[in-house]
Ligand binder design. Structure first.
Ligand code: PXP
Length: 249
């Protein structure tokens, strides 16, 4: 059977498999086993976020993902010396730099790239020198998009949290328009465009009107759906929702 590359890469974030494991201090469920099941079900890559407090994925998980995964490993991390040292040693395919605050429940905002000091540029250069593709997790704000292009990264990931959490049709339309415009601008200035955060089977389809998006990073909703659908079923259903959105545009 000839397989054709898919227009939208689906990367599954497996952090919350580790959250369940860590809740009991057991070895199960194993996020690496989950990663393999996601890939077998048609995901294009795996995303994992090593937080400063190691609340879900841990250092040993990162090593195991790298050695076991045959497809893309997107390593989310804060732009710190500690994390850059880990990434330049482990060499994931992609590093997505995210802002991180210890007290937040999950990554709450985009990275402040416009107006960032020399440290961010130094971290980006170190990662690129190590042969790692760099993506910046940012708001769909022209200032942040242009600053990202100026830093020389290959990709940005648009923060879809405000879109996902919009509570009125007007807010939803405004946030979607912001993402559509942001994706178009990013592509125009030469950046690959990913998106993620808070995406579900219910809201991912409409996001596909942002035609420049080539990658989605989705975690919580897929792991939650896996409770009812199995992890393979959850990946397949998410893929169907994405495909339906692409077909409808
Ligand atoms: N993309 C980035 C950069 C993130 O930080 C996260 C959350 O870790 C996600 C995607 C996945 O978000 P969610 O778990 O809400 O799907």
């Amino acid at each position: 059977m000839i397989s054709h590359p898919r227009p939208i890469r689906l990367h599954v974030n497996i952090d919350h498999v580790a959250t369940v494991r860590n809740a009991r201090g057991t070895f199960y469920p194993d996020p690496i086993e989950a990663a393999a099941a996601c890939i077998a079900a048609g995901a294009d890559g795996i995303t994992a976020h090593l937080r400063e407090d190691r609340r879900h994925i841990r250092d040993a998980d990162v090593e195991r993902i790298r050695t076991s995964l045959r497809t893309t490993f997107n390593f989310e991390m804060a732009a710190t010396n500690e994390m850059v040292a880990i990434a330049t040693r482990v060499k994931p395919d992609v590093v997505t730099l995210v802002p991180e605050r210890r007290e937040e429940r999950t990554t709450e905002g985009g990275l402040e790239v416009a107006g960032a000091g020399p440290d961010l540029a130094r971290h980006v250069a170190a990662l690129r020198d190590a042969g790692v593709k760099v993506s910046l997790f940012i708001a769909a704000d022209p200032r942040q998009i242009e600053a990202s292009a100026a830093l020389g990264v290959q990709q940005i990931e648009l923060h879809t949290g405000e879109y996902a959490h919009a509570s009125t049709p007007a807010d939803l339309a405004r946030e979607l328009a912001r993402l559509v415009d942001g994706a178009a601008l990013a592509s125009k200035v030469g950046l690959e465009v990913a998106a993620g955060h808070g995406l579900t089977r219910a809201n991912v389809g409409a996001l596909m009107t942002a035609r420049e998006i080539v990658e989605l990073n989705i975690g919580h909703a897929i792991i939650a759906d896996a409770i009812f659908l199995s992890i393979a079923g959850a990946v397949r259903e998410m893929r169907s929702a994405i495909d339906a959105g692409v077909a409808a545009r």
